[in-house]
Design a protein around this ligand. Structure first.
Ligand code: AMP
Ligand code: GLY
Length: 422
């Protein structure tokens, strides 16, 4: 089979490496991929948001199956466009991808179907939102409705901060049309858990749970980033919590989407907060998380392509999705300065990896035989092991071997998870 993977980050690298384990895979095309992915797939410079370009590519390259991974092509209807020309896909159609594409939609869905989430109100008028905030308590959470490169959520400690956020999002349109509507939401507390799941619209099978580390600096300080590291499993997501989430969140969400005529097929990501009043949904994503995928897929024992084909055909069963015992840790190596300004173009040397070690490249380009850094987040150093402690040590040992100028990493990935186990 020839497979097309849309996207070009560390998550896509992890997906591609897992797909390659299936013997029936002949070629994997990555659009656009990156310099590191080029070691595992044929990369072509078609942007992940260029749906017409992706369709054109697929028409001329005998693609048997496509995996659309990033949020924006999904929200733009890339799966619909590929299926129209007869290419089966893994990923939700546009009418289901809205679960991530519009936070107002997903909030309405949760309220309508009784799925636990933070109290909130939607606004299309900045002055009304500001008047509402003035009468409320703090911290408060302000969220742009649409996609905002992961930056559309502001936790405002004071009224002034909230007002600034509303004006920037709704009046200055710092996220473009994504800020036409906003949500003002109750501030929740508790450990956060990411649960990626496979669903064909009938059956929903959660993958092993994980924990992201979103802030740039140790001890969860500094700016929000796309994710500086992950561990799986997440020790806060106990069996009892998993059961409760299945009954109150996972199944109701899949059923709600069906009831709305928006059957979701693909990877449905539940961003959860385990609050003192029980698990609540912080956000849905219509895709694999990044860098969660980099720790989840290395622990998957089953064949990823077979699962994806079953999701597409509507024949998914829980026994198809098996994880090994043990744990994994991903430490992200970024360019110093990320997520603000940073420099790129430094030579990157990657060591050989052992079994249970992976280097998933997120931001690098090839220049001749050399690999140069080309992004804020450059790569994830991943280790899987029998225990979380060994996985964390293994990921850091691997990260230490990777050399490029101006490399930066957090030193405490996995610390909170380890303290919860002890
Ligand atoms: P998101 O961009 O939706 O992933 O949100 C970014 C981060 O903001 C989440 O990972 C949470 O840490 C935080 N967050 C979002 N909504 C809330 C909320 N209602 N209460 C507390 N924290 C929140
Ligand atoms: N790691 C969070 C996300 O993929 O949105």
């Amino acid at each position: 089979m020839n497979i097309l993977v849309v996207g070009g980050g560390g998550r896509e690298h992890a997906v591609i490496k897992s797909l390659k384990k299936n013997n029936s895979v002949e070629k994997i095309y990555a659009l656009p991929g990156n310099g590191g992915i080029a070691r595992d797939a044929e990369c072509y410079p078609v942007k992940a948001t260029d749906v017409a370009g992706i369709v054109e590519f697929a028409k001329t390259h005998a693609v048997d199956f496509a995996v659309v991974t990033p949020d924006d092509p999904l929200v733009l209807g890339c799966v619909d466009a590929l299926e129209e020309i007869g290419i089966p896909c893994f990923g939700p159609k546009k009418n289901a991808a809205i679960i991530e594409g519009s936070k107002v939609f997903s909030k309405d869905l949760m309220q309508k179907y009784g799925i636990p989430t933070a109290e909130s109100r939607a606004f299309t008028d900045a002055d009304e939102a500001i008047a509402y905030l003035k009468a409320g308590s703090f911290p408060a959470v302000v969220k742009a409705d649409g996609l905002a490169l992961g930056k559309g959520v502001v936790i405002a400690q004071t009224f002034e901060e909230a007002e600034t956020a509303v004006r920037e999002i709704m009046c200055d349109k710092v996220f473009g049309a994504s800020g036409n509507s906003i949500l003002v939401e109750e501030f929740l507390t508790g450990p956060e858990v990411s649960v990626l799941s496979f669903t064909d619209g009938k059956t929903v099978v959660p993958m092993i749970s994980s924990m992201d580390h979103k802030r740039a600096k140790d001890n969860d300080e500094g700016l929000n980033t796309g994710g500086m590291g992950t561990v799986a499993p997440n020790p806060f997501f106990t069996e009892a919590v998993a059961k409760e989430c299945m009954e109150k969140i996972f199944l109701p969400t899949v059923r709600a989407m069906n009831a709305e005529g928006r059957t979701f097929k693909g990877c449905l990501y539940f961003g959860l907060m385990l609050t003192p009043k029980g698990p609540k949904v912080i956000e849905y994503n219509c895709r694999f998380g990044d860098p969660e995928t980099q720790v989840v897929l290395p622990l998957l024992k089953s064949d990823l392509l077979e699962i994806m084909l079953a999701v597409n055909k509507g024949t998914l069963t829980p026994d198809m999705v098996r994880f090994r015992n043990g744990a994994a840790c991903c430490v992200v190596l970024a360019s110093e300065g990320y997520p603000k300004s940073y420099q790129t173009g430094y030579e990157l040397t990657l060591p050989e990896t052992e079994e249970n070690e992976h280097i998933f490249v997120a931001g690098a380009k090839k220049e001749g035989e050399k690999l140069l850094t080309a992004g804020g987040r450059v790569l994830g150093a991943v280790a899987a092991a029998d225990t979380l402690k060994q996985a964390v040590e293994g990921a850091y040992a691997l990260a230490e071997k990777i050399k490029f100028e101006n490399a930066y990493m957090r030193k405490d990935i996995g610390k909170r998870a380890l303290s919860a186990i002890r």
